[in-house]
Design a protein around this ligand. Sequence first.
Ligand code: GDP
Ligand code: MG
Length: 163
Amino acid sequence: MSFTLAIVGRPNVGKSTLFNRLVGKRLALVDDQPGVTRDLREGEARLGDLRFTVIDTAGLEEATDDSLQGRMRKLTERAVDMADICLFLIDARAGVTPTDEVFADILRKRARHVILAANKAEGSAADAGVYESYGLGLGEPVRLSAEHGEGMNELYSHLMPLA
Ligand code: GDP
Ligand code: MG
């Protein structure tokens, strides 16, 4: 059975880096596909023996400060509604921010399944942020480094039972 995974989180936590790692060259972005805009990138992901559709919430970086919160919320809600599972990324080096809390709230209310991932977790500089993320109440975080490809096995083992 196939499923759709949405990667959500505030700008700069590493969503697109993870998306690119999962999708590689199999990017299936289609602007004219119903329900898919430039702000939501869709691709065909592979992780071990799992094959699934992955959605990246992009396009937020260009938003002005004033509209950022509203746009992030709208876009995230759209991605959450399209997804069977949400992968919620935080930046473990930055720790949990107030904006992360806003996302956590949306996910708690709206998402079917949430997997919390503390990204940029390579090295000990991330330890404090990883522990802090337990406080979001979204379960044990997957310790991830999208850039270095660390924690992909752990991500697999979280996805596997939901697939
Ligand atoms: P997005 O805005 O959430 O899509 O974040 P990006 O994927 O564009 O990444 C934002 C920045 O974080 C980029 O400079 C990435 O190279 C960097 N980044 C992404 N993943 C990691 C990681 O695992 N470790 C570190 N140290 N940096 C990362
Ligand atoms: Mg991005």
